[in-house]
Design a protein around this ligand. Structure first.
Ligand code: ADP
Ligand code: ZN
Length: 738
């Protein structure tokens, strides 16, 4: 850091590169006082010009001064990353062992990464030159009078298009008014268009559980603390969030709300907007660069009261953070799956610590990690055990698929229940987590299955496009006319996907409008948003969907949920699998009967006696979690151990495993007794897109030990020859072992 005694001459600059953490550059003569940490600069790097962010100012460098380049341009006069955010990013870089430069650049919207203006330029507006009523002068020009009155009523002037929203085609009137000297052009500080207004919804009277939860959460909430809001689906968690936020907004604080899925933002946003009009912004991958930039600015200048966003919103600048809420905290989508693999919930907790504000984690099915933290007394916990309003919990039925004649994947019981609910005018949701028509194409003569040439996986048959597609690498081909192995005429689809269910439903229930919601049918922008709205408006009776539909959505008229096949997760080698099955069943069941009508759930499985499914029949997540935690404890998995996963892939299997063999050897050299090394072993999907994939797990009962080992390992791995022959990455706290 600079001090007045020794003026800074050198700036440490983070660049978006994996090479190293910081690069020293000389500060141009006389400009030291203009440069602050967190400001962007332009520098020469190799033969390129790059944008970097100042991470520190120093009075000298370890490198000889004559070898340092000089900063070419200072972009910002004010930091784009303030001290608190910089602290968060440093901590994140340390925790995930990821280069600080890439971490910083992940945190900035693209416009800023590319050198765009951080501060919006002022916009041109019309302003009145007089406050006098010109009723007399403009007697014959009612439109001009109306425009003038509108401008007199606005405090900072209006753009022509803003005027146009109230008074159509105002241009002639504006020109005339200007000629008369009654209005003039001026500049207005940019501001979001939506005005703060009156709430449009009537808050419900809180249930006694909601009141009790709020009493706890609102006590002593001016400091860092973490609480779990453990509330069954439909118990009114959102209502608790709204009541928690109200006093904070009143006090001029900002609230960050993280959600796992972009599809959850519109519904939540409209509920927040109804309560706090004009104070809400949302931030997610569906926005274009300009929109993202506008949200970033609204947060940075404190105008946005509530920002609702997916993962990367955790990095938005907030001037006066009052609380951070993480909704559906158990959801694995909160973890970034590639590049800088951070968990937004865990960074939210770091951030709450740094900003000294409370963090609230909400879920109907909390993660085992969070439950363990509650048990250890690190997090507080408030519970909502009953559904709000009149909604009752649904009834669950397990159907044994082993002794069933299936109608294209649907059991007799499910079909019967569907008839019943549809006849009562209700909606039905059929859940199946598999896109396409059939997950495999089989030759009945010789048993040949069509596999992807580049992955060890079967090709999925898509009936609508009559194509075989690999869901792992995206490879697509026409189905072969004959069996490539024995030449037999026809190949048969086996198993069931969403398209097949769609066919069967169309056959059994032709009079009921049906919609399929999966990644194939929803690839158009806003398609999902529109589909969800149509479902809520009752345009469809039957909804067939994948996990896109499992989460957080509120469909009051869906009373029956059919889960076509829940077996997939029961036999996985990944220690997360059973937790995910339990969460998925309860989350999907939670879509049934959220309105005034009782819900039912039909779960189809070949394993009805599985203890997990039996326990879930009670619909009590709390009754299942002790067993799930025990499974983790016995298996030596998180939250009882801390793990880091190295992945490597290469076109030759030996290159991928060789890289991990060497990493293993380096880890062994550390001689750390509290570090366990598992692998290398082939990944569950051993070959994908032509690359062989292996993994290596480092495990320790002590987080500190694990990270100290990683600190020593990472620079050494960088120097390995074998690490250059494979693509390798590190995943701290992996969300899956795939
Ligand atoms: P969750 O987020 O816990 O799944 P929601 O907040 O979406 O639950 O609430 C479920 C439904 O219950 C919503 O339609 C909501 O408007 C309603 N609700 C919430 N709190 C109350 C209450 N105190 N009284 C009546 N209805 C409520
Ligand atoms: Zn493939």
């Amino acid at each position: 850091m600079s001090s007045s005694a020794t003026p800074a001459t050198v700036a440490e600059i983070a660049l978006p590169t994996r090479v190293a953490d910081g690069f020293d550059y000389l500060i141009p003569a006389g400009l030291a006082h203009e440069l602050l940490p967190g400001c962007r600069v332009e520098v020469g790097f190799g033969h390129r010009r790059m944008i970097g962010v100042v991470t520190a100012l120093k009075s000298g460098s370890d490198h000889p001064a004559e070898r340092l380049k000089t900063i070419e341009r200072i972009i910002d006069s004010q930091p784009v990353i303030d001290a608190a955010l910089m602290q968060l990013l440093r901590r994140a870089a340390g925790y995930y062992h990821h280069p600080l430069g890439e971490v910083i650049f992940t945190a900035l919207p693209r416009r800023l990464r590319e050198g765009g203006e951080a501060v919006a330029s002022p916009i041109e507006v019309w302003r009145p030159t007089t406050g006098d009523d010109q009723q007399q002068t403009l007697r014959r020009a009612p439109k001009q009078l109306a425009v003038l009155h509108l401008l007199q009523a606005s405090d900072s002037g209006l753009t022509a298009s803003e005027i146009g929203e109230r008074i159509p085609s105002p241009h002639d009137a504006l020109r005339a008014l200007r000629k008369k000297g009654l209005i003039d052009k001026g500049l207005r500080k940019p501001r979001r268009a939506t005005p703060v207004g009156a709430p449009s919804d009537q808050p419900p009277e809180l249930t006694s559980e909601q009141r009790a939860a709020l009493r706890t959460l609102l006590t002593d909430n001016q400091r860092f603390r973490v609480d779990l809001l453990d509330g069954v689906t439909g118990s009114g968690k959102t209502e608790v969030y709204l009541n928690l936020i109200a006093p904070l907004l009143e006090a001029g604080r900002q609230v960050l709300v993280l959600v796992p899925e972009i599809s959850l933002t519109p519904q939540l946003r409209s509920r927040f907007e109804a309560r706090f009009p004009g104070r809400v912004a949302s931030y997610h991958s569906g926005l274009n660069d300009g929109e993202r930039m506008a949200v970033w600015r609204g947060c940075a200048d404190g105008e946005t009261g509530i920002v609702l966003g997916t993962r990367s919103a955790v990095f938005l600048p907030l001037t006066r953070p009052g609380a951070i809420i993480v909704d559906e905290e158990h959801d694995p989508s909160l973890k970034q799956g590639e590049g800088f693999r951070y968990h937004a919930r865990d960074l939210a907790i770091f951030r709450g610590q740094i900003d000294n504000c409370p963090v609230l984690l909400g879920s109907a099915t909390p993660s085992l990690e969070t439950l363990a933290n509650v048990e250890r007394g690190r997090y507080g916990c408030v519970r909502l055990t009953t559904r709000a309003g009149n909604a009752r919990p649904p009834t669950l039925h397990l159907v044994n698929l082993r002794r069933q004649q299936l109608l294209g994947g649907l059991s007799a019981l499910l079909v019967e229940k569907m008839r019943e609910h549809l006849a009562n005018g209700r909606q039905v949701l059929l859940f199946i987590n598999r896109r396409g028509y059939a997950p495999a194409l089989l030759c009945h003569e010789c048993g040949y299955l069509v596999d992807c040439l580049r992955c060890n996986a079967h090709m999925t048959w898509h009936a609508t496009s009559n194509a075989l597609r690999c869901h792992h690498c995206g490879h697509s081909s026409r189905p072969p006319p004959r069996c490539p192995a024995c030449g037999h005429k026809a190949l048969h689809p086996v198993g069931v996907g969403t398209q097949k269910i769609e066919d069967v439903v169309a056959e059994c229930f032709p009079e009921h409008p049906t919609i399929r919601i999966d990644r194939d049918s929803m690839d158009r922008k806003h398609a999902l948003e529109e589909a969800l709205r149509d479902v809520r408006d009752g345009r469809y009776d039957i909804i067939i969907g994948t996990q896109m539909l499992a989460k957080g959505h509120d469909f009051p008229n869906i009373t029956l949920v059919g889960m076509i096949d829940v077996d997939q997760g029961l036999f996985s080698s990944d220690y997360h699998a059973t937790e995910r099955v339990a969460q998925q069943i309860l989350q999907v069941s939670g879509r049934a009967g959220r309105g005034a009508h009782a819900g039912e759930v039909v779960i189809q499985t070949t394993q009805p006696e599985h203890p997990l499914l039996q326990a879930l029949l009670q619909q009590d997540y709390g009754a299942v979690t002790p067993a799930l935690l025990e499974e983790r404890r016995l298996g030596l998995w998180p939250p009882y151990r801390h793990i880091a996963l190295f992945r490597a892939s290469a076109h030759k299997a030996a290159d991928a495993s060789g890289c991990l063999d060497d990493i293993r050897a380096l880890a062994e050299q550390l001689g750390e007794a509290a570090l366990e090394i598992l692998g290398p072993a082939p990944a569950p999907l051993e070959r994908r897109a032509g690359r062989f994939r292996f993994q290596l797990i480092l495990r320790s009962p002590s987080r500190g030990t694990l990270h100290a080992c990683l600190d020593q390992l990472m620079p050494r791995i960088g120097k390995l020859k074998s690490a250059r022959k494979a693509r390798w990455s590190l995943d701290v706290d992996p969300a899956d072992l795939g």
